[in-house]
Design a protein around this ligand. Sequence first.
Ligand SMILES: [Zn+2]
Length: 347
Amino acid sequence: MSVRTTPRTVAVGALVAAVALAAAALVAVAPLAGTAAPATAATQAPATVPVAGPSCPSGTLSLSIIRSGCTASSGTVRLSDGRTFAVPARGESVVALSVAAPGAAELPEVVVANTGGAGIAVRVDDAWQGAAAAVRQQRSADSAVAGSAATTGTKAATSTKCTSTANVQNRYRWSSPVRWYYNATGSKGTFTQSALQKAANAWTGKITACGKTMTSTAGNTYVRAAGQAPNVTAKGGCSASSGYSVTGWGALPEKTLGVTCVWYDQDGVVQEADQRYSTRYAWSSTASCSGNRYDVQAVATHEWGHLYGLGHVATGTGQVMEAAEGPCALGSRTLGLGDMTGIAAKY
Ligand SMILES: [Zn+2]
């Protein structure tokens, strides 16, 4: 079973046509065994108890294995592009979001959702795959996502930055300020922690940009230096969550500047978010920036947008949440109108 996808530039959360549902009835409809409930527990039976599929084999799970509807609480999902994702706990999801250098094919956004009894669903950009029952669940959860997915365009001058309201709100959200840790090992610039802090703060409180002021209740608290590395893999996937939100540096695929992994529960409440910035490139984190360097604050402002719950908007909208960012893109240290609108609507 495969899902036809619309072009890759479509923003997060857009729904694909329900062509995959035809096969859904063939899977995960094992007969209800032992429906006679114990007499003492008969008062409040939930309306729909998912029927658990068989356990997945241990180890690496391909999409075709997941498609069988098997259940797992450990192991690793491997995508065809080689990226791996540790299976999140039952009832939890993990998403990997990134930012690319200009002209690069960005890493497709990936969600791995472990529904528990209904199996595992995987979304690559806008196409859900995996266990049919899990796909149905996740697709309907995604349909609640708000925002405006703009159409594609060429990279425009920043003239649309303060006129476009383009924003995409992902499903997940923090219910309290983000408590984050920083591991400076491999850091490619000086003063990176303060640049990261400014990026984190760009989305919080009273935001003034584009001649307007909007208010966001998103928040963050830097806790302390971390000894552990962020749970992001060198291929841009997500390893197992640790319960701590760690930002750090490390290898990433070519042209990928940063990757954020976010873990959230079935209500969309975030539990952890880790960020890795690429040690492959030269970075700058001072007031000015020159040469072929990427500005830590600008790129991190984009990644923190993901971390708080925003997705990519179309190229040409002039927003920080466009999928690619060039060297010394100092303009992306400040939000555009769509960025502000999105964060203020979400928080
Ligand atoms: Zn991004």
